[in-house]
Design a protein around this ligand. Sequence first.
Ligand code: PLP
Length: 385
Amino acid sequence: MVYLDNNATTPIDPAVADKMTGFLREHFGNPSSLYPIGRAGKEMINEARDYVAAALGASKASIYFTGSGTESDNQAILGVLDALPDKREFVTTTIEHPAVQETAVYLEGKGYRVTYVPVDATGTIDLNALRDAVTPQTALVSVMHANNEIGTIQPISDVVRIAHEQGSLVHTDAVQTFGKIPFKADDLGVDLLTVSAHKIYGPKGVGALYVRKGTPLKPFLHGGHQERGMRAGTENTIGIVGFGEAARILPLHFEADRVRLTLLADRLKAGLESAVPKIHFNGHPERRVKTTLSYAFLGLESEAILLSLATKAIYVSTGSACSEDSDDVSHVLTAIGLRPEFARSTVRMSLGRFNTEEDVDTTLRELPEIVAKLRKISAWDPDEF
Ligand code: PLP
């Protein structure tokens, strides 16, 4: 199998699986219980918080565990707006993950003034438009750190400067940068930051929200006192333990992974560009997560490419996993100005820790052939593009 869909989710690292299995077998106590089997769970959660905080470059007190990246995004946005009832404006971009985008739509329905700041053809936010959008009435600006479909990295420090000048808080969704590009949450200058365990070789169904000290935030789950009152409900202890282990080993792998995977991705990129005619690269040429490769294969339907590759056990995505079962053209590809027929022919390949040289060789052997075959049987006219 050649798994090239690491932006959708990553395989669990064996060290994480071992840690989780050991924990599952030995511990069942409720972390809120005061006797030893409960306390053991609480201690493991605490340890996991240390590891996530260290990997993020943040203080332990700033980390809250949640049920997913999606929940962290919702908690950040709804929690800040709830805490600042006098400010009725929210600013975001046209290329956010649905976890932010749909929350923005929900807010519109609640009467908030929501501004979607456009991006250019590389997927980079228009900072002048951002400047025009943010007002003293803006409670929060939410701009993703890097895009999941095309990998473009946003100039977050500029976003922070513009927003803070108007007294607005800043949230960034760093689900696609955590573990891939070097950053420290505290240094980014944002007030809130989202991460998710299953994009860093940890389990699904657990995320974290970084909240800078002093940030006004209301919980949206009400109940027990878990997560210092910010997220009621008995903790997903096993998930948090897995997240902690994934974060603990992250710094051990980070530099080697980054160097090796950048080389692999660059080789795949160069190989595809020389072997496949009429393809269009989506994203920023430089400011991007290098392991994300998004291409329009002109004249073809992305599903046809995806299914043909799957018959060779090569797994890619037609855009983002979250829009996979919808017929709509990706909002991200639309936002960067891609023609609908280009967007419908777009395939995303994303590399991760367990990809090898051989994976790249196999893809470079199979994909050009598949594209040539599909183009032969399709009605595409190369001169049209
Ligand atoms: N934000 C981004 C940028 C993502 O890529 C994803 C996952 O695809 C999420 C949020 C959602 O994270 P989760 O799957 O943990 O809800």
